[in-house]
Ligand binder design. Structure first.
Ligand SMILES: Cc1cc2nc3c(=O)[nH]c(=O)nc-3n(C[C@H](O)[C@H](O)[C@H](O)COP(=O)(O)OP(=O)(O)OC[C@H]3O[C@@H](n4cnc5c(N)ncnc54)[C@H](O)[C@@H]3O)c2cc1C
Ligand code: FES
Ligand code: FES
Length: 1314
């Protein structure tokens, strides 16, 4: 099927070739791409063709969810080339003469899964599945070009993809089966490291195998879709003019481009600028087919690249050159390759051009300092003129400016060979190692007089230290000493954009020191006389480039008891039931629902002020935007504008806004693109009011919700009097963005009679969505139907905040009578919907010399934002977990919920407990340091025992934590490794390692008693198939899969007979949110009860026909007019806890776990590597070990993000800076521990939950604190080495432990020089 956007002429249709299956698939690309072109191209949406595998999760090239394969016949190389691309960034004209393949094009559940799809599904690498199509395509792309990749190539191929659920390990393990150096031999080979060859425990059967690679289809490269033959014929597309794909910022008078723009090519920034800055470009020139701009020439002095060469081409050419040329000639090339290693993903490198990177003139470009330091030559042309210049400090005269004249274009760049005696290094430091947005970048070159230690030339160029790439000229010309230079040439104003002033300045020195050491080391190899001095061996590791070993992992779980029937699926690692569909792009998410006739788009209009009076709203310009239908404000609400859990929120702000992102109104138009333009055209004037942004501000102004919460036990005063030592301090934990890959989305459809409305929502809370929508419309709840198929991740972020979108969309339907859709863009989602609460703690702990704690007082403050939402419950949970796993006789914890002018924070996996427990481990680590005792000894000494009472007076029964602890200590070989680490630290001055083991204890229950209820509905049809519904939503956590397993065991029928379609308010009403880790416990029991009712009704028919089948009994019951539908209901034991008396029943039970982590830090840059993590987790008798291990790993990696990477940054005025993956860094494939070992505690049935299982969603998240404190341990070692620099034994390291904080905490001479 040929496809073309409406409005294109026949000729253009040919150039936009998309054929067969691929055509339909490409429609989503075009849809997204369409958002970057003029409105007249917004014609086609994916839904018109019914395929929607390619996902949109960020729109800025940062997540890889939209990865597709582009294939074209390359006329320069005379071959077909395939490369990955981010559909969200590619302009529509880039499809010219290009064949597009998306996830639906390679396999399907209806025909045959592609091996990549099969392996990610069966190896449990797809949870919510929203990232899966993009990951599948990245892997597919690699195999298309390299059918037998190495593990390193696999990791590289996935560098541009994000997943928020899985923790990446299962994906890597599944794909490892393709690797020539890591493929699983299925236990047949003699490799002892093969997952199938792990030793089995003698007493109980422990299985290391969550899937069987022997089941996998082999990869057969001959079966891949062929390249469309019609694109093979003819010459390279010429320089035709395509009036539809007009425009360019690129000056094109030269080469006739201005008059006859060439077709097809790739541009990024225009797309991003159009999307995020609302810019329109009249002409986009795509130079991909222009030979002069794409050639590669090996010359006398260097290699010359046409300016449009993609960075992947530069990388490949330089890699070949490094392999072939003498080492001394490739110093610069190796520097560039080092920068390109950390340059986003393959998708970007395959299409981003080297010329585009230069001319963009980004002050933080990581290639420009390298080009400048190397003395690269640029050839610049315009109509009739041509000049070649050396790229030096004059090339960037100002912010985002170059020396090019308006009529000039960059034709080529020549990267020079290095010479004998010349050395080159390149550095790039970001917030996280895999963060492609650097803080400081640098290229450094030195040339020695032949045979001497005399410097002939020196170049030190930096990015990130000014508004352009700069060269430290005075230093290199010896007009200044190094120290003067850093003080004068590399200054940064305290308010310089990007912040982190101290870190950035220290980095410039650290880089130089690394360069110096590297040169010394290289000279040592060539200069046998040691003219330049010898490198101190303990400094040698500082010169090593950041390198990660290939990942290894072990997952151990207890196999089902011998004798368990093969048909009984409980306890077996059944893959997530949606995984195969997710891998094929067939799984339907909210925005994948086909568009309705007359459907309209809604875009929220939000405040740009943190606290202000609304003076006026002017929609006159918005009304002029094409497709404008209406503007909605508070005046349009028929019901109540009051909303929220505590009725303290508004659907639309009236008169006053209380945060940036506060929803003021909404525009409704015909398309999302028009809605975006119209929303931006709404003019609002404000009168600013004083705003409170931080916790400190709130404390100062006494701005709190409610009164102080308090738990107190024992006699605190007496405790402190008894103590040998008292330590007090302050500790801050930053917030966290949920970053579910699927942003908030609602589609509402009028049903045409009696005000009925049907909503499809990405929500964890069908009940509140229904209630809030009914409330705003002023109708009874029975007219509002809320349906949820699946969520692309939730993590608590869609428990209440999804209603912000749903209420506005429902109102738009009410007003227009048309179906309305709204899916938030990533930046809107991050701005508006809040996240995890930042916490500040002021603590004081009293303890004996032995490390035994006798008294603890912690005052907790959380930043709740502008509405209460769930903040009080979050603070309560924090207080319940403030002692972590330790018995403290005298304790007082208080909590204040700060009211600020930030968007309301909300539920997030762990719900306050991770913050409280991190605070606990903070004072615990300080006790160990103060007493001079090993930290693990102090932790163990204070740990609870079976039967102890917690500080809220709950007796600990079935206390398995000590078992987890002892097993983890033993399996991680903690003590032996501790000695090895001490040795490593002695031998390495600038790299340090740290080790830490931490326990966790997590209470399971909603603290509000009535929420601990659930319902289920079971419908049995006459063919024996079962339709099951329960109150929980599926968001990747495998709830539906577990519920099918429960029903399968209860009914004794195979899982294939049971289907869950969705969660809806017309099947199971009044559901509690899918939250608190308790959904399996509650819904599982409700499902079980429903099954029992059915079984009871079938019993007479079974008795009558004992040898009959399930189907026989069902049909017999039907024919006997017996009801085959049943509901099930369950309520957990009542919560009676009271804060007033600090007594009563609170948690149903506790989940326990222990993790031990080892890290290595680079003291000069703040980089850290997660070397190894061992986890032992008690999940009771696991219902599904694959899903449970997936939850453990996913939660751990999310915690790793919370404690070490993810940092929300706000302006002093309360505006969020970090609004997408380019600025907010969640863990990537490269972030996870190189060695990742997870073991589920054996023989620990839990009598309090369904089939003896335990809750697992939230408890493991906190275990990532082991990484945080391992980092702190390593910093201790670094500070101990540099004793002279004002080091204190106890030092403050707030969370997250980012590179900046790690570097700044490693006190050394460089840190004191800036
Ligand atoms: C997700 C993401 C990650 C990134 N990571 C990094 C990173 O790690 N390090 C880094 O340095 N950069 C990074 N970038 C920036 C990226 O390198 C540049 O956006 C890219 O190289 C630009 O190439 P392009 O072909 O798309 O240029 P375009 O966007 O097409 O062009 C950029 C500008 O240059 C002009 N231009 C292009 N070619 C010419 C020419 N031949 N002559 C004259 N003018 C020309 C255009 O008119 C336009 O103004 C990243 C960008 C994204 C979106
Ligand atoms: S949606 Fe394209 S990279 Fe995120
Ligand atoms: S499975 Fe990867 S984001 Fe959910």
């Amino acid at each position: 099927m040929a496809w073309r956007p409406a409005g294109l002429r026949e000729k253009q249709q040919q150039s936009l070739h998309v054929s067969g299956k691929v055509a339909a698939v490409a429609s989503r690309i075009a849809y997204y791409l369409g958002t970057f072109t003029n409105a007249k191209y917004q014609i086609i949406s994916s839904n018109m063709l019914g395929l929607s595998g390619t996902k949109l999760a960020c729109g800025e090239g940062g997540c890889g969810a939209c990865t597709v394969m582009f294939s074209k016949y390359d006329h320069l190389q005379n071959k077909i080339v395939h490369f990955p691309a981010n559909a969200c960034l590619a302009p529509i004209c880039s499809l010219h003469h290009v064949s597009v393949t998306t996830v639906e094009g390679i396999g399907s559940t209806k025909t045959r899964l592609h091996p990549v799809q099969e392996r990610i599904a069966k190896s449990h690498g797809s949870q919510c599945g929203f990232c899966t199509p993009g990951i599948v395509m990245s892997m597919y792309m690699l195999l298309r070009n390299q059918p037998e990749p190495t593990m390193e190539e696999i990791e590289d191929a996935l560098q541009g993809n994000l997943c928020r659920c899985t923790g990446y390990r299962p994906i890597l393990q599944g794909f490892r089966t393709f690797a020539r150096d890591g493929g699983c031999c299925g236990g047949k080979g003699d490799n002892p490291n093969c997952c199938m060859n792990q030793k089995k425990d003698q007493t109980v059967t422990l299985s290391p195998s969550l899937f069987n690679p022997e089941e996998f289809m082999p990869l057969d490269p001959t079966q891949e879709p062929i390249f469309p033959p019609e694109l093979l014929v003819g010459d390279a597309p010429g320089r035709e003019i395509h009036e539809n794909f007009i425009s360019s910022k690129m000056p094109g008078a030269a080469l006739g481009i201005k008059d006859r723009p060439a077709t097809s090519g790739f541009h990024f920034f225009p797309g991003i600028e159009m999307k995020f800055k609302n810019k329109l470009f009249p002409l986009i020139v795509c130079p991909a087919w222009i030979p002069e701009l794409n050639s590669v020439e090996h010359g006398e002095e260097g290699i010359s690249f046409g300016a449009s060469c993609p960075l992947s081409c530069v990388e490949k050419t330089l890699l070949d050159a490094v392999a072939q040329l003498p080492t001394h000639k490739t110093e610069v090339f190796r520097g560039i390759l080092e920068q390109l290693r950390w340059f986003s993903g393959k998708q970007l490198k395959s299409v981003a051009s080297v010329g585009g990177n230069i001319i963009t003139a980004s002050p933080i470009s990581d290639l420009n300092p390298v080009f400048m330091a190397s003395g690269a030559k640029l050839t610049i042309v315009s109509r009739g003129t041509r000049r070649t210049i050396r790229m030096d400090h004059t090339f960037f005269p100002g912010y985002r400016k170059t020396l090019l004249g308006p009529e000039e274009i960059l034709l080529a760049i020549e990267i020079p060979y290095s010479r004998e005696g010349e050395f080159f290094s390149a550095f790039k430091q970001s917030s996280g190692r895999e963060d492609y947005i650097p803080k400081v970048t640098s290229g450094m070159r030195v040339l020695f007089q032949p045979g001497t230690a005399q410097i002939k030339e020196l170049a030190l160029c930096y990015g990130g230290m000014a508004d352009r790439t700069i060269s430290a000229l005075k230093t290199t010309r010896k007009q200044l000493t190094c120290v003067q230079a850093w003080q004068e040439e590399l200054q940064l104003a305290p308010d310089a954009p990007g912040g982190m002033i101290e870190f950035r300045r220290t980095l410039t020195l650290s880089f130089f020191f690394k360069f110096y050491l590297t040169v010394l080391q290289k000279l040592g190899k060539v200069d046998s006389e040691d003219k330049c001095g010898k490198l101190d061996p303990t400094f040698a590791s500082a010169t090593l480039l950041f390198q990660k070993d290939p990942p290894t992992n072990v997952q151990l779980f207890q196999e089902v008891p011998k004798g368990q029937s093969e048909d009984d699926i409980v306890g077996r690692p059944l893959p997530h039931l949606g995984a195969a569909m997710q891998a094929c792009g067939e799984a339907v998410y909210c925005d994948d629902i086909p568009h309705y006739q007359n459907e309209l788009s809604l875009r929220l209009v939000t405040s740009t002020r943190a606290h202000a009076k609304i003076k006026s709203i002017d929609t006159s310009e918005a009304q002029k935007v094409q497709g404008f239908v209406c503007f909605l404000s508070v005046d349009d609400i028929p019901g109540s504008n009051k909303t929220g859990y505590f009725n303290d929120e508004t659907v639309f702000a009236k008169d006053e806004v209380t945060c940036v992102g506060h929803i003021i109104g909404a525009v409704v138009t015909d398309t999302p693109e028009h809605a975006q333009r119209a929303a931006q055209a709404v003019k609002i004037t404000y009168e600013d009011l004083p705003a409170i942004i931080t916790i400190e501000d709130a404390i100062k102004h006494n701005s709190f919700y409610g009164s102080e919460l308090k738990i107190e036990k024992g006699d605190l005063q007496k405790g402190f009097l008894e103590a040998d030592n008292i330590v007090s301090g302050e500790f801050y934990i930053g917030g966290q963005e949920h970053f579910y890959l699927e942003t908030h989305c609602t589609i509402a459809v009028p049903k045409g009679e009696a005000g009925e409305m049907e909503l499809f929502v990405s929500t964890e809370n069908t009940m509140k969505t229904q209630a809030f929508v009914a409330n705003v419309l002023g109708v009874p709840a029975n007219q509002i139907l809320v349906r949820v198929k699946r969520l692309g991740g939730g993590f608590g972020g869609k428990e209440t905040r999804s209603t912000l979108v749903s209420t506005a969309v429902a109102l738009a339907v009410y007003k227009t009578g048309c179906p309305v859709r709204c899916m938030l863009d990533r930046d809107e989602d991050m701005l508006i919907t809040g996240g995890r609460h930042p916490f500040l703690a002021r603590y004081k702990v009293g303890f004996m010399k032995t490390g035994r704690i006798v008294a603890l007082e912690v005052n907790h403050y959380s930043n709740a934002g502008n509405t209460l939402d769930l903040s009080e419950a979050v603070m309560q949970a924090a207080l319940f977990h403030m002692e972590s796993c330790y018995k403290i006789p005298n304790i007082r914890g208080t909590g204040r919920v700060c009211k600020t002018n930030l968007p309301s924070n909300t539920a997030f996996r762990g719900f306050g407990a991770p913050q409280a427990m991190l605070i606990a481990e903070q004072w615990m680590s300080e006790i160990a340091v103060t007493c001079g005792l090993p930290a693990e000894e102090v932790r163990r000494k204070n740990m609870y025992k079976e039967g102890d009472l917690t500080h809220f007076n709950q007796k600990l029964e079935g206390f398995t934590l000590t078992r987890c602890w002892d097993e983890c200590l033993a399996s991680s070989q903690y003590h032996a490794r501790k000695s090895e680490i001490d040795k490593f630290n002695k031998e390495n001055c600038w790299k340090k390692r740290g080790l830490c083991i931490v326990p966790t204890k997590f209470g399971i229950n909603f603290a509000i008693s009535f929420l601990n209820q659930a319902g289920a509905l079971i419908l049995v049809y006459t063919d024996g198939s079962v339709l099951l519904t329960h109150g929980g939503t599926e968001m990747g956590q495998g709830l539906h899969t577990k519920m099918v397993q429960v029903a399968s065991r209860a009914l004794k029928i195979p899982t294939s007979k049971i289907y869950i379609s969705e969660t809806s308010t017309n099947t199971v009403p009044n559901t509690s949110p899918t939250a608190a880790s308790i959904s399996t416990d509650l819904n599982g029991q409700a499902v079980y009860e429903a099954c029992q009712t059915i079984l009871k009704r079938l019993e007479p028919f079974k008795r009558k026909n004992p040898s009959g089948s399930w189907e026989d009994w069902v049909i017999a019951a039907y024919q006997d007019a017996v009801s085959l539908s049943a509901t099930g209901f369950y309520k957990a034991p009542e919560v009676t806890y009271s804060f007033e008396t600090n007594s009563g029943y609170l948690f149903n039970y506790f989940s326990y776990g222990v993790a031990c982590s080892e890290v290595e830090i680079d003291c000069l840059t703040g980089d850290h590597k997660n070397l190894r993590t061992d986890i032992v987790m008690d999940v009771g008798s696991s219902l599904n070990p694959a899903i449970d291990i997936g939850q453990v790993e996913g939660a751990f990696v999310q915690g790793l993000g919370l404690f070490t990477l993810e940092e929300l940054q706000y302006s002093p005025e309360g505006s969020l800076y970090t609004r997408g993956p380019s600025t907010y860094k969640i863990p990537t494939f490269g972030s996870i521990p190189i060695e990742f070992r997870v073991s589920l505690l054996r023989d620990s049935p839990n009598k309090k939950a369904i089939y003896a299982s335990k809750a697992v969603g939230e408890p493991p998240l906190f275990l990532a604190a082991s990484i945080f404190f391992a980092i702190k341990d390593a910093i201790h070692a670094a500070r101990a080495q540099h004793k002279d620099y004002n080091r204190k034994e106890l030092f403050r390291l707030d969370s997250p432990a980012t590179q900046e904080k790690i570097r700044n905490a490693c006190m050394d001479k460089f840190a004191t020089m800036v």
